[in-house]
Design a protein around this ligand. Structure first.
Ligand code: ATP
Ligand code: MG
Length: 550
């Protein structure tokens, strides 16, 4: 039975709207600016926008907010689509704010004709200064009272490329003393002689966010325009444009953006990490981007589980990255295939094993389904085990291998350690053991011993490069970098440690497409840098963690 959950505030609003008949069906949109790759914060927004539409039988548009040609690129446009589809969401229409440049321009001329917009020749600094402060009203621009005819002529000249960048702007004429600073004659258009990734050189004036977003929503008949909390101060202006133009009444609702411990999600800073080579790229497995966490081995299911658990709130809060890691483990524990890999190898030889004999064991790929698919694992008298699974002077509670002690080699026999071989410096280089043929699983009565360890047959072992990743930053609250310091000072120097692994051969034939579990240690996923001769695996998450969600 599905757990009963209280409706979140957005679900309440939507249910009320459907009940009252304000809307007949739900249409949301996801509005990324194509100036970077999507990150975990966007995943939350995607889950909310697509999740609500799906829950209430509605649809979601993908609309690129591409009003700033200088920072935008088709590379990002394509990557964003790939990431959304990877999460398992399908948009209804693929649209661009730039699709509406003609309509937005027509509306701007209408505002000018109605005396509600004017061309301002002031510089950016003069305009900012003239806005005043929250306590003091602004001062009107000397150009505020130009006639509609003059404004229209100047605006058309702006459009036709007569002026340089920054020479003029178009502003709405609202109220220079308005308590909401966004109403103090907001800028509608600025001049930018730049090629646009879609409209090319057709335009050299580009609309501002506030003048664009609401009208785009309205054109598409978006019913619920859901965005992050920092836009709540923009909402009255969003409504003002829609009311003043008398167009479809879309409404905006705000939720708290996702903040995660040890994580930065500003695209500007992520871009800097890429450009300075501090990470290998946008899809570096340490990056919080969706392509990064995907390469790390995080699953779409785990991300959605996480978004579901954190819910939708109206108050900003810091989420614990351990909850996300927990979701990743939950999902992979249920679904991932198991293989044995030794990282820090110690030679183990079984002295009573017939020389050269290979016994193949049928081992389940997932222990939760013992009758399910299996892989074949070769067992011989020459093995690798993990160095940490042997201890010469072991304390009482050490249940793995010790001199004279017994342990089961996973899926196979019980062995006993008869002799510890050391080199001239006294380092342990080999264990000589004997196996108990009667202890084979399924062959007679089960004999249990306290410890089970993983192993790999030496003649069959496949060598791997392991990229053991850890958190990219060392500071829990990356939004609280102390004054006078730079966020880059908090990069974790141990966020990538390269190691060697020795794997059972079936690992290299895994076709699951998701991360696998290296038994008893961690989840790993094959990296795109792999070749047949040189397999590379990224550590997704360690197996064990003391963290438990509330
Ligand atoms: P950044 O500040 O990282 O550059 P942005 O807000 O400029 O992000 P957009 O591409 O404009 O990024 O965002 C698309 C959508 O995703 C917007 O609706 C935005 O509110 C939402 N979004 C961005 N960051 C987060 C976040 N951390 N948590 C939740 N939603 C987010
Ligand atoms: Mg933005």
């Amino acid at each position: 039975m599905e757990e009963e959950r209280k409706l979140n505030f957005l679900e309440e609003i939507i249910e009320d709207d459907l009940k009252s008949g304000r809307v007949k069906s739900i249409l949301t949109r996801f509005p990324p600016e194509p100036n970077g790759y999507l990150h975990l914060g966007h995943a939350k927004s995607l889950c909310i926008n697509f999740g609500l539409a799906m829950k209430y039988g509605g649809k979601t548009n993908l609309r690129y907010d591409d009003t700033n040609p200088v920072k935008e690129d088709t590379e990002y446009v394509d990557a964003i689509k790939e990431d959304i589809q990877w999460l398992g969401f399908q948009w209804d229409k693929e649209l661009y704010a730039s699709d509406y440049f003609d309509q937005l321009y027509i509306w701007a001329e209408q505002l000018i004709e109605r005396g509600l917009a004017y061309v301002d020749d002031q510089s950016q600094e003069e305009i900012s200064k003239g806005r005043g402060t929250v306590e003091t009203p602004g001062t009107p621009s000397p150009w505020r009272d130009r006639s509609p005819e003059e404004n229209l002529r100047l605006f058309r000249e702006m459009r036709d490329g007569k002026y340089a960048d920054g020479a003029k702007v178009l502003r709405a004429k609202i109220d220079m003393a308005h308590p909401n600073m966004f109403f103090r004659d907001p800028i509608l258009y600025r001049i930018k002689h730049a090629s646009h990734h879609r409209t090319g050189d057709k335009w050299c004036i580009y609309p501002m966010y506030d003048y664009t977003h609401g009208q785009c929503d309205s054109i598409e008949h978006i019913t619920h325009s859901i965005c992050t909390l920092e836009f709540d101060v923009h909402r009255p202006l969003y409504d003002w444009f829609i009311q003043t133009l008398g167009i479809f009444p879309s409404h905006q609702y705000e939720f708290a953006r996702l903040n995660l411990t040890y994580t930065l999600m500003s695209k500007r800073k992520l871009l800097e990490l890429v450009q300075k080579g501090l990470v290998s790229g946008w899809d570096d497995p340490r990056m919080p981007t969706l392509c990064g966490v995907r390469r790390r081995g995080y699953t779409a299911e785990a991300l959605k589980m996480f978004c579901d658990k954190i819910g939708v709130s109206k108050r900003d809060q810091m989420m614990d990255i351990q909850l996300l890691e927990w979701c990743v483990r939950q999902d992979l524990n249920a679904r991932s295939n198991r293989y044995m890999v030794v990282q820090d190898p110690l030679k183990l030889t079984i002295t009573n094993w017939p020389a050269g004999q290979v016994e193949w064991f049928d081992c389940p790929l997932n222990p939760a389904e013992p009758e399910g698919a299996s892989r074949k694992v070769p067992f011989t008298g020459e093995l690798w085990i993990e160095r940490a699974d042997f201890m010469e002077d072991a304390p009482k509670k050490f249940f793995r291998l010790r001199p004279g002690g017994e342990v089961r080699l996973k899926y196979t026999y019980i062995i006993q350690c008869d002799e510890v071989v050391k080199d001239a410096e006294g380092n342990i280089v080999e264990l000589k053991c004997s196996y108990d043929p009667a202890s084979k699983p399924g062959a007679g009565e089960w004999r249990s011993v306290k410890g089970t360890i993983h192993w790999v047959s030496r003649p069959h072992a496949k060598e791997l490069e392991l990229r053991n990743y850890d958190r990219l930053f060392t500071l829990a609250d990356m939004g609280a970098v102390p004054e006078g310091h730079d966020y880059k000072e908090y990069l974790n120097p141990d966020s990538l440690v390269v190691a060697r692994g020795l794997a059972e051969p079936a690992l290299l034939d895994d076709a699951s497409g998701i991360a696998v579990q290296f038994e008893r240690t961690a989840y790993y996923i094959k990296d795109k840098d792999s070749s047949a001769e040189h397999p590379v695996f990224n550590r997704t998450a360690s197996l064990k963690d003391s963290y438990k969600p509330e």
